[in-house]
Design a protein around this ligand. Structure first.
Ligand SMILES: NC(=O)c1ccc[n+]([C@@H]2O[C@H](COP(=O)([O-])OP(=O)(O)OC[C@H]3O[C@@H](n4cnc5c(N)ncnc54)[C@H](OP(=O)(O)O)[C@@H]3O)[C@@H](O)[C@H]2O)c1
Length: 328
């Protein structure tokens, strides 16, 4: 194993900067993974923008990235649930590097024959959408609304809800040319929030009752619009703030419907709890990935040297699915 590796750092400008740094050594409970692919999330871009000194950011250098797939290269003390050479995918800060250090609880074996580029694009979506379905009390036969269903993780949520037995999945986009993307993922009803009233369409589609569960990736006005679109005793889980974090809600819609509002941020979850969320994928979700019922939708793949192009594609809002950086 080489003593240094290439890694992408934020904090130097509008794009990541490639640097040579020492390969880390796994400590107790950690696994060192030779990364073959990493995937870009919206959080990577907002972190990069916030750190850019030219836009008032801190200029503090940090090794970027959150998700990855590759082969186990070395084990730290006390790790007995992984083997050197095993194909794994996982989540950890500092994943945009040739070698990634991760907590052994934050890895899963790559299911079936899935390639590294697709595997790298799965962990954040799988754990976030499944963790949110569970917190929202999801049960087979329910109706689920997924806002920004076209986001990288939303597309996984649409497929997952269907694979786990949702009666009907409704999903939103702001853009007419992404309707087919949502249909292909399995959405029964597509709501275009630019041209349609979200609550009206959802109530129409659910016999006036509203959905059992909302997975909201948008916040802002969309979060407020989800409340009257949710049935009595239903759950609304906020996952993302693609629009804005502030939302003015109608308390009547909340209280008369006895709604339960839940917020999640798995990136800030304690290591043990995140491990439990990832372990929770094993019984149903990983088999559905292996059988092809849940797939990562890959928009495009770039080499690590083309990371600026990847960031530009996400900033431009053109991506239809996840963007992957290959390290093969
Ligand atoms: N809670 C957690 O633990 C957790 C974990 C991971 C991600 N997240 C959050 O989940 C969200 C999705 O993440 P991602 O990486 O999957 O995102 P992404 O793939 O970059 O999402 C892109 C899509 O978001 C939609 N979008 C962008 N701005 C919007 C706006 N102002 N209003 C409505 N829709 C908008 C667009 O869809 P259309 O063009 O179709 O409208 C766009 O195609 C982010 O907010 C992220 O921070 C949270």
């Amino acid at each position: 194993m080489s003593e240094t590796m290439t890694a992408l750092f934020g904090g130097a400008g509008p794009d990541w900067e490639s640097r040579r740094v020492p390969v880390p050594e796994p400590g107790p409970g950690q696994v060192l993974v030779r990364a073959r692919a990493v995937a870009v999330n919206e959080a990577d871009i907002s972190m990069l923008d916030r750190a850019d000194p030219a836009s008032g950011g801190s200029g503090e250098p940090y090794l970027a990235g959150f998700e990855f797939a590759g082969e186990v290269a070395a084990l730290g003390d006390g790790v007995d649930d992984a083997e050197v050479g095993e194909r794994v995918m996982g989540t950890t800060p500092r994943s945009f590097a040739q070698y990634v250090l991760a907590d052994h609880r934050h890895l899963a074996r790559v299911p079936g024959e899935i390639g590294f580029e697709e595997a790298a694009a799965l962990p954040t979506g799988l754990l976030t959408e499944h963790g949110s379905l569970q917190l929202g009390g999801f049960a087979p036969g329910q109706t689920v609304l997924i806002t920004a269903g076209t986001s990288g993780i939303g597309l996984i949520g649409v497929q997952m809800a269907k694979a786990l037995g949702a009666r009907s999945v409704l999903a939103t986009t702001r853009s007419a040319d992404k309707h087919q993307l949502l249909r292909r993922a399995g959405a029964d009803v597509v709501v275009n929030t630019t041209t349609q009233n979200l609550a009206e369409v959802v109530l129409d589609a659910t016999g006036g009752q509203g959905v059992d569960l909302v997975l909201d990736h948008v916040a802002g006005q969309t979060f407020a619009d989800c409340l009257p679109a949710t049935r009595v005793d239903g759950h609304v889980v906020n996952i993302g703030r693609l629009d804005r974090a502030a939302s003015t809600i109608d308390i009547d819609a909340l209280s008369y419907r006895h709604l339960r509002l839940i917020g999640v941020s798995f990136g800030f979850t304690r290591a043990e709890e995140l491990g439990q969320v990832i372990a929770g994928l094993a019984p149903e979700v990983l088999p559905a990935v292996a059988s092809g019922e849940i797939r990562a939708t890959i928009d495009s793949t770039f080499e690590l040297t083309q990371a600026a192009q990847a960031a530009a594609r996400i900033r431009g809002g053109q991506a239809q699915g996840k963007i992957v950086l290959s390290l093969s």
